[in-house]
Design a protein around this ligand. Structure first.
Ligand code: UDP
Length: 421
């Protein structure tokens, strides 16, 4: 079977790059795979993004353009299966991947896997064919489990897979120096790591005027908009934000408007977290100043950023945090937790402010400083935009990944030639 030299398989079993973003188990990883895939395709790569079929209605293949498609293979029944329950279906996924290659008469010599479930798939494939594996974690069990109360049954398996992958993959992509440091201190001192950040769409964000955005959303000129964008998940720390806004409200700051944007489904984890947050908003007497617009789609999301005074990312843990750079690309100052990749993207006093995670007093002070000084806030926004243009465009990220793939691809092709000889 032929190995096509500029072909890349991005494997993201649990994070479908072709579905709606912004609700349970559909966030940054899905955006990353899709945007990296599209940008690589623009640069001449043939990109196949592999994910799992999670409903009967989903097409098996979504063709995004001539060089980029999403391919949905089976792993368990075609229905929603939570990440923590997916592991036992992965051998079936590997078989389906092999069958796909067989059917199409080629084998991938490069796979870029995403999240630990796909790391396992990549490692298994490597036992079956000559292959270079590149891996992006998106979240590290070793960090995540430090920050949650209930450790799932799958934790031991996950930690072992994450360690094995770090030690055996041809290259690990850390999206921030902080993530690299966590890998080294908590997972393993062995393995090859490159730092290549996540990116954002610098044309889509930052193109809308504040006044036009406010008019479209019905927000008055004198309202001070504090914006959260993201999934409803305890790890996202929305409670900290709500409590900090309650402090500002109680201290007499007027015209506050808190917008909490993100999708949720009743009865699911995100639905329960939204109910809990709404409960806290009610208890703290913030109903009249808080809005829950639901999931913000691609079209409306840039409008919300453009209308905001400050974007808040109060996560307990964040390997990268796309929302911070989306807000910065939109020229909006960011107040974020001083954790993980947020310490890399947000430069304190330059593009926003950092506060200790879960510390609603510190968040209230930081938000207040920004709301109190609009000309400083504008400067923070401008520098944020500059920083994103310089470091975090998807095109730039894809160029770096492309160089990495090319280097590794030559090595794999050489090895398989040597084996064949
Ligand atoms: N998002 C969205 N609509 C929403 C909520 C979130 O499009 O209603 C997007 C958000 O813009 C970002 C991604 O979901 O691109 C979340 O990525 P991030 O890295 O911030 O967090 P994750 O979900 O990976 O934990």
């Amino acid at each position: 079977m032929l190995e096509k030299q500029n072909r890349i398989a991005l494997i993201s079993v649990d994070g479908d790059p072709a579905i709606a973003i912004g609700q349970e188990e559909a966030g940054g990883q899905n955006v990353y795979v899709r945007q990296v895939g599209l940008a690589l395709a623009q640069q001449g790569w043939k990109v196949d993004m592999f994910t799992r079929r999670s409903s009967k209605e989903q097409a098996a293949i979504v063709q995004h353009n001539a060089n980029c498609r999403t391919i949905r293979l089976p792993a368990g029944a075609p229905e929603f299966i939570g990440r923590d329950e997916l592991f036992s279906y992965l051998p079936e996924y590997v078989k389906a991947f092999q069958a796909f290659q067989q059917q199409h008469g080629f084998r991938y010599s490069l796979v870029h896997t995403n999240y630990w479930l796909s790391a396992w798939v990549g490692m298994r494939l490597k036992q079956l064919q000559p292959l270079s594996q590149i891996h992006t974690y998106h979240s590290l069990g070793a960090v995540k489990y430090r920050n949650i109360d209930e450790i799932p049954a799958i934790a031991t398996k996950r930690l072992a897979v994450e360690k094995a992958c770090l030690e055996t993959a041809e290259r690990i992509v850390a999206t921030s120096p902080q993530e690299q440091e966590h890998m080294r201190s908590l997972v393993s001192t062995t393995g090859q790591i490159d730092i290549i950040p996540c990116g954002t769409d610098i044309d889509r964000f930052g193109a809308i005027e504040r006044e036009a955005a406010r008019q479209q959303l019905g927000i008055a000129a004198n309202e001070k908009v504090v914006l959260y964008v993201g999934r409803f998940d305890k790890r996202k720390g929305i409670e900290t934000l709500v409590r900090s806004v309650a402090r500002l409200h109680a201290a007499g700051r007027t015209n506050l408007k808190l917008i909490i944007g993100g999708g949720s489904q009743p009865g699911r984890c995100d639905g329960r977290e939204r109910d809990r947050i709404e409960g806290i908003v009610g208890e703290l007497g913030l109903d009249t100043i808080t809005v829950f617009p639901g999931r913000l789609d691609d079209r409306i999301l840039p409008v919300y950023y453009a209308a905001a005074d400050v974007s808040v990312v109060p996560s307990h843990y964040e390997p990268f945090g796309l929302v911070a750079i989306e807000a910065m690309a939109s020229q909006i100052p960011v107040v974020a937790s001083a954790v993980g990749g947020l310490q890399f993207t947000v430069v304190p006093e330059e593009t926003g402010l950092l506060a200790p995670a879960k510390d609603d007093v510190a968040f209230a002070q930081a938000i207040d400083r920004i709301l109190a000084d609009s000309s400083w806030a504008r400067k923070l926004g401008e520098r944020g935009r500059q920083r994103v243009e310089n470091h975090f465009s998807w095109q730039g990220v894809a160029i770096e990944l492309g160089h990495l793939y090319t280097t590794l691809n030559s090595a794999t092709v050489e090895t398989s030639r040597a084996i064949a000889a």
